[in-house]
Every structure is written in C-alpha cells, then in structure tokens.
Design a protein around this ligand. Structure first.
Ligand code: SF4
Ligand code: SF4
Length: 365
C-alpha cells in the first residue's frame, strides 16, 4: 500500500541526508548493490528515498520499503563515504518510521511476533538452557548463546560449552531471551525493545555472573552498544574470540590453509579485528592467509539487517561471492553463527569448509 508517512525518527537525521553529495563512492563497496544493480540498492539511493519520505515527496510504496529493507547494515559504505554520513543510522531511522506507519514486511512481522510471544525469532517453544541440556545456576561466567547458536547451530553453542569445560571455567548457561538485535535492526518500537533488554538484564543479574560471553556478533553488539543507551549493564561483556585470545591455550596441530571472515557487527561496528586472528595464530601448523578484503574492508556475508529473513536469495548470492574470495583456503573461519549459516547457505559447490572459530578450536583443545 502506497502512503505518505510520518517521519519523526528520520527528522533527526535530516542533516546527514542533506550532506550526501551523490558522489557514488558507496557503490564500490555495497554488497547489495552488486546483487541488485540499481541505485536504490546502494547507500546513495537509500538516502534519496529516505529524504523523499522525510519531505513527504514520495509515498512509502513497496519499492521504497524493499530498498530500505535490503540494506544489511554492514557499514561498509560509511567507511568509504567522504561526507562521513551515518548511513546505517539513516536506514534504521527510516525503518522505525515505516514500522510505526504499519509498513512492515510480512517476514519481519512474523519474526517480531515470535520474539514477543516466544522470546526467540524462530518461534521455538523450548528455552535455550533446555535445548543445550544445561541448568542455569550462579557462576563467575555466563554464556549467552543467542537464538541462532542455540536453535539453528547448536554445534556452535555446544563447542563453546565444551571449551569452557576444558578450560576449567566456572560457567553457567543463562536464562536468556532474544537479545533484541533483530528488533532494533528492522525498526521495532523502543518500548518493546527496552522491555526485551530488561528481561535479559534481570535474568542474568539474578545469576550473579561477573562476565557474559557471547557467540553471536549481533547479540554482543546489542549488549555493548545498544543496551547501555537504555539500561544499566551490571556485568562485563566479551565476545568468545576476546575471551579465547586472553587465554594461554595449547592447541593440537592442524595442517590446513585457513582464512578469516570478519562479521560486520563484530568488526566494523565494534572494532574487534585482532582477537579472532590472535586465536587463529595459536593453531600450530595452520597456514593463515587473509582474504583480499579483510578487517575494516571485509565484505559483508549478506545475512545481517533482516535481509536474510526477508530476501534469502539476495543474501545467499552475496554470501556466495564472499566464499569465492576464500577459494584459496581449506577452511573459512568466522565468529558469528549468523555468518556461518549464511556463508554455508550461499557457498554452493565450493570446497571451502565454513566454520565458527569455536568449532575449529574445540577439537584442537
Ligand atoms: S559515498 Fe556518501 S556522500 Fe557519496 S553518494 Fe554515498 S552516501 Fe552520498
Ligand atoms: S550499510 Fe552495507 S548494505 Fe547498507 S547501504 Fe551501506 S554498504 Fe550497502
């Protein structure tokens, strides 16, 4: 349905939108533009559309909604933008206005209903501790598996728990619910998001942990960047790669060529580039080589920002190109279950094995 919408959220980003010089530098990096091929599929086009909504020059029709929801929020355009425009902020503000106006994609509506009614985007009825077969209790370290590790890649959650046991850590699983990442990324209202945050903070605080460790780059970013804006976070937070990088671990030999894919939400959004590489450097025998696009310049896997759930073919197309960049390696390691899923889904006939860092480390420990 095409309608002119209120744009309270976009209003705050007006200056950013007006700063775009239309230079088109963002075209050279946007993973979606490579797949879509139209200007509406790149930062410049999304900014024009968002500005059109703000000025009430254009209605929020299906093509506008699609363009604004085909952004993976990878932030690569911001790195390239000479005007330093906060593109992801503009896109997420536009999404909030779209959601408020009732212009939500059906796939995202279902995901959000699942989070609000079941506490996870997949509509699963068992709790995460039940799925992992562990009882939450008091301990020094809490493991926040995240919905994707627990329900879709339990091998990642199990490998993490196995590592914590092997290291003799005083750990517990957590009475966790969805971190709210997908709610924030697709534009759900602030009240629902804050309620979701409070549920987690209250449940985790009751378990008295000092430190919470995360598998998922998206969950970790929520607790490091988004939660502190709205709620008090009374414990330290760490990604599993940072936790492992600090440990003095002896790993078995692995005679393989390995490379590393930086998850956008861990790398460009949080600046965690070194820790996973430090862990990989501890693997004797492994021959590590960077992909051409790595660290801050790493290409997106195509899975973030709600794109995977709403546009799976586009996501997999982007993932396939990323795996092709790793063709020289035996193993493409990454640090996020969401990236693992998407890269595996998009890798087609490629011989490159895709795995999470913990899946590589656990059998070697
Ligand atoms: S690089 Fe920045 S200023 Fe240039 S077109 Fe893209 S968003 Fe606009
Ligand atoms: S955040 Fe990523 S997907 Fe979105 S416009 Fe920028 S480069 Fe493209």
């Amino acid at each position: 349905m095409a309608k002119i919408i209120d744009t309270d959220h976009l209003q705050i980003a007006k200056k950013d939108m007006m700063t775009c010089t239309m230079c088109g530098f963002c075209k050279s990096v946007c993973p979606v533009f490579e797949g879509v091929g139209w200007d509406s599929g790149v930062a410049r086009g999304r900014i024009i559309l968002a500005y059109g909504l703000l000025r009430k020059d254009i209605p929020a029709d299906d093509s506008v909604v699609e363009a604004l929801y085909q952004c993976t929020t990878c932030k690569d355009c911001e790195r390239r933008c000479p005007s330093k425009i906060k593109v992801v902020d503009v896109v997420e503000r536009a999404r909030k206005d779209l959601v408020k106006a009732g212009c939500m994609l059906p796939k995202h509506r279902k995901v959000l209903e699942n989070i609000l009614s079941k506490g996870n985007p997949y509509g699963e009825t068992r709790s995460i501790p039940e799925v992992l077969g562990e009882k939450p209790h008091k301990a020094r370290v809490g493991y926040f598996a995240g919905c994707t590790s627990a329900y879709r890649n339990p091998e990642i959650a199990r490998a993490t728990l196995s590592i914590l046991r092997k290291l003799g850590e005083d750990y517990t699983v957590l009475n966790e619910t969805c971190c709210g990442s997908v709610m924030g990324r697709v534009g759900q209202n602030k009240d629902d998001l804050i309620r979701q945050m409070r549920r987690n903070i209250d449940a985790i605080s009751e378990q008295g942990v000092e430190e919470v460790i995360f598998s998922c780059a998206g969950c970790y970013r929520m607790f490091r960047e988004d939660y502190p804006r709205y709620v008090d976070v009374p414990f330290k937070v760490k990604h599993i790669s940072e936790y492992l990088a600090e440990k003095d671990i002896n790993l078995k030999q692995l005679d393989k060529k390995i490379t590393y894919h930086d998850p956008c939400h861990l790398g460009r959004h949080l600046g965690v580039y070194k820790a996973p590489r430090d862990v990989l450097a501890k693997v004797p025998g492994a021959e590590f080589k960077e992909m051409t696009k790595n660290s801050a310049q790493s290409r997106c896997c195509g899975g973030g920002g709600g794109v995977r759930s709403a546009y799976p073919e586009l996501s997999e197309h982007i993932a396939g190109r990323r795996v092709d960049e790793a063709a020289f390696a035996d193993v493409l390691v990454t640090c996020c279950p969401f990236c693992v899923n998407n890269l595996r889904a998009g890798k087609g006939e490629s011989d490159v094995e895709v795995c999470d860092l913990v899946e590589l480390v656990d059998p070697l420990l």
